[in-house]
Design a protein around this ligand. Structure first.
Ligand code: MN
Length: 298
């Protein structure tokens, strides 16, 4: 069984020109997934903006959670939504979708948020593409903690967001002291330090780090010294081998090659996002060696 671990973030420029710097903790060299969560990008607080032209996805759901600042989402399904703090965007790619994301409002206002991906399991990889904007998510609280449930269920509160594997995602607001948040013992979990350090399981976790917690506990204990926001993610350990490259998730090198070729050919599979003319983000070249699944090493 895997050990608890603290994962460092690496900085990645998102969206080409005028890129926004994101702090990525998943996938990690040693840990491809926590439950079916396979991608965690934390951005800001920053006065940089999000300027992400149309780009494709396959095999996943994107989960977008702004903490400060508004984001306009447009996609190939015809959605055009301004997403505000404490609201969730959930886009299911199935076999193909494309979208764009741009900051809106005062360009000097700070932006802060998290974007995550959830891998679709084999039997749901080809579900129809879908988009949900969920402005009113359930809240639940306990002693010294309060949660907004983004996906799945926490402490009896269940999000309406549609998911395809046993999963939880919640924003925790913690008051100084030791909080005990009830969780499912069959889930593994991750705790992202969104706006400051915390301590959990005797380990200090610094701002932007992600703590991995193995299954087998029915509470997650978190100690903070001042009011602190932590993102909790978790799920049943995901045992399928994923091939992840650029914005695609597949099961083989060929899956990725096909998706890349079809995006470059503007194939029907990915549709068209209105409002950007012919501008899209081109796919980078594939690496020389065949893509392989990332294996768990913790
Ligand atoms: Mn995207």
């Amino acid at each position: 069984m895997a050990d608890d671990r603290v994962l460092d973030a690496r900085e990645v420029p998102l969206g080409g020109l005028r890129a926004l710097t994101v702090h990525r903790t998943l996938p990690h060299r040693d840990l491809p997934t926590i439950g079916a969560w396979c991608f965690v990008d934390h951005f800001g607080p920053t006065t940089e903006s999000m300027n992400v032209l149309p780009h494709p996805h396959t095999g996943l759901q994107t989960v977008t959670w702004p903490i400060e600042g508004d984001i306009r989402h447009r996609d190939s399904l015809g959605s055009d939504v301004v997403l505000r703090p404490a609201e969730l965007n959930l886009m299911t790619s199935g076999d193909g979708v494309s979208h764009s994301e741009f900051s809106v409002g005062d360009p000097d206002a700070p932006m802060h948020g998290i974007q995550l991906w959830v891998a679709l399991p084999q039997e749901s990889r080809f579900v129809p593409a879908d988009f949900e904007h969920l402005p009113d998510l359930p809240r639940v609280s306990g002693d010294l903690w309060e949660a907004i449930v983004l996906v799945g269920e926490l402490a009896g509160a269940t999000s309406p967001a549609r998911t395809y594997s046993p999963l939880v995602g919640a924003q925790l607001r913690l008051e100084p002291g030791r909080s005990q948040v009830p969780v499912r013992a069959d889930f593994e979990h991750g705790l992202l330090a969104v706006d400051g350090p915390f301590e959990s399981e005797g380990t200090r976790v610094e701002h932007r780090q992600l703590q991995y917690l193995q299954p087998g506990r029915d509470v997650v204990e978190v100690l903070v010294e001042r009011p602190t926001t932590v993102l909790l993610i978790g799920g049943e350990p995901f045992d399928e081998e994923l091939v992840m490259w650029w914005n695609f998730i597949g099961r083989s090198h060929e899956d990725i090659e096909d998706a890349r070729r079809e995006w470059e050919a503007a194939a029907e599979r990915f549709g068209h996002v209105e409002g950007h003319g012919d501008q899209v983000i081109p796919a980078p070249p594939l690496p020389q060696t065949p893509l392989k699944p990332r294996r768990r090493r913790v």
